[in-house]
Design a protein around this ligand. Sequence first.
Ligand SMILES: Cc1ncc(COP(=O)(O)O)c(C=O)c1O
Length: 425
Amino acid sequence: MRIVNGVLTGESVRADSRWGDLDRLRVRSRMVDAVIDEVRGRRIRIGDRWLADFASCNYLGFDLDEEIIDAVHSELLRWGTHPSWSRLLGSPRPCLDIEERLTELLAAPDTLVLPTITHIHMSVIPALAGRGHMLIDAQAHRTVYDGCAVARGQGATLHRFRAGDLEQLEQMLRMIPLGESRLVCMDGVNSMTGNTPDLAGFARVCREYGALLYIDDAHGFGLVGEHQDAAHPYGRRGNSIVRYADETYDNVVLVGGFSKAYSSLLAFVAVPTSLKNHLKVVAAPYLYSGPAPTASLATVLAGLRVNETRGDTLRADLAGKTRRVLEHVRALGLHTPNISGLPIIELPLAHAGDVGAVGEFLFDHGIYATLAPYPMVPRDQVGFRIQITAANRGDEIDQLNDTLTKLAGRFELQQRGMAPPDDRA
Ligand SMILES: Cc1ncc(COP(=O)(O)O)c(C=O)c1O
């Protein structure tokens, strides 16, 4: 961005900066910065085209669930559209009901809810890091990194370890002088690969070196949970990565949100009650930000009820739909980093420069997916991401698989078992 004759211009972004590829796509691609005109089930209308939506994070289909939609009106009549106090000034009762139910669901010591995960990272990471050391997984979500950057501005030291590399983390922890605090930050279910970390390994190392493990499980909450078996491949109750890994909350701070699987707007941090009370006076959004609107509180409460009654059935159905796509991807010989079977399937291209044309091809075939250009991902991972939800119908999965077959005949995608190409296009 620069100023020419007193006017802000994006030209320099397109021309020179590392954001140029993304900005060009934003201008040229129908799959980026699109306006969605209408929604019917999991089909969306953009202009005069109807497409099957494989870009939403509404994994359980709660956005379309009538029981949840019907729960909103009565809460609006009771609370008005927006309880517009900061939480320190006054919390509407539903916030406390949610915290109570969530604490039980997660089997956590306590929980605190704030409007978004971004609010939590920006305020809780600096509060936990103080002037100590933060060690961040290289693949952690951008919002985690931003929270660490705020903490660095307040005197903490930031270190980065290779994605998932427990050994390197251990070496780094060993170098930190005794008595200096350590906060390890990483994702739970990864938003691009769809994979889960070795949580038990990370928790063990953190405990051994007196570090606090801070996990962003935005995509895992509602999707993965306790007691995995053949009938429940994602586990039960959707109570997030700590329970999925059969771990405890000792030295572990879990952050999650309702904006993905629950199709609402609210987020939580699971901490002991003493830390929760501390955050109530040091985490700025609790003191100064507007709270989540009533409709969100109502859909979270209704979502928690539906999760208890129908959640496991929806997750089993979602696992079956995802299996159909993953099996097809494998049969085509395509590479995807997904080894978890979770409904986040990234398909990297052999040539990064094809991403715009691939997006147009998908759009022309009625498939809406998330493009992953550079610098959102490293150049050798440029491609697109498919997300499946319980609300996607069988014929939409057929349409997706059929389109992937045609796409693989037309463009070069990375192949299974082959090293990514050295393509800097
Ligand atoms: C891993 C991860 N963390 C955090 C966020 C941001 O969540 P929120 O919208 O609640 O701030 C996202 C959203 O896409 C995400 O994928």
